[in-house]
Design a protein around this ligand. Structure first.
Ligand code: AMP
Length: 207
């Protein structure tokens, strides 16, 4: 089974959901830069204070803040799934210096679906589980199935910011599809339809 996995795709494509499943089902350690940054913002750490303005605007946090953080987190881990990193070519180059990625899974979702998905997303502040008001609602409204915490809507999932995040994705992160394709690491999986069917394809690509 492939051990070092990158999940690629625009915001709202389902990276977090698929990464969560891989963690629960196959024992991967999920490293999500978005989750780490949101925790840093909540705890008002130095990193959180620096990152907040970029995140609120839907922009990217500067590479130097992210690369060092990820290097530390990745060190010594064997079976990892990277969710939300790398997001720029500079980050991908820094990652390649540290570990040899086995596969980059690109989850492909048409633009028109992404806006609805993001604006209908609800997140758990404690365990980082993600829900969708229509496609994947929690069993009890507003409450996390996994840990019972009250769900919230991320500030950057509000419509004004979502549009900017999609533009930032196109400009900075989309080139990574080509980057991993050229290195023979890319697999693209359609990200529309039943979550467990998408997961079945993700799982197959890991064998
Ligand atoms: P996410 O939860 O992956 O959608 O990330 C939320 C926000 O965190 C993004 O819109 C960025 O502001 C920031 N962020 C997450 N990962 C990265 C990264 N690899 N590089 C720069 N900024 C990031």
């Amino acid at each position: 089974m492939k051990a070092k996995v990158v999940l690629l795709g625009p915001p709202g494509c389902g990276k977090g959901t698929q990464a969560e499943k891989m963690g629960d089902d196959l024992g991967y350690v999920k490293l999500s830069t978005g989750d780490m940054l949101r925790e840093a913002v909540r705890n008002k750490t130095e990193l959180g204070l620096k990152a907040k303005t970029y995140m609120d605007a839907g922009g990217l946090v500067p590479n130097d803040l992210i690369i060092g953080l990820m290097k530390e987190k990745i060190a010594g881990l064997d079976k990892i799934i990277l969710d939300g990193f790398p997001r720029t070519v500079e980050q991908a180059d820094a990652l390649a210096e540290q570990v040899d990625i086995d596969i980059a899974i690109n989850i492909d979702v048409p633009d028109e679906e992404l806006i609805t998905r993001l604006t209908q997303r609800r997140s758990c502040p404690d365990c980082n589980a993600v829900y969708h008001l229509t496609n994947k609602p929690p069993m009890k409204e507003g409450v996390c199935d996994k840990c019972g915490a009250a769900l919230y809507q991320r500030d950057d999932d509000k419509e004004e910011t979502v549009k900017n995040r999609l533009e930032v994705y196109r400009k900075n992160t989309f080139p990574l599809i080509d980057y991993y394709e050229k290195r023979g690491k890319l697999v693209t999986i359609p990200g529309v339809g039943d979550i467990s069917e998408i997961y079945a394809q993700v799982k197959k690509s890991l064998l």
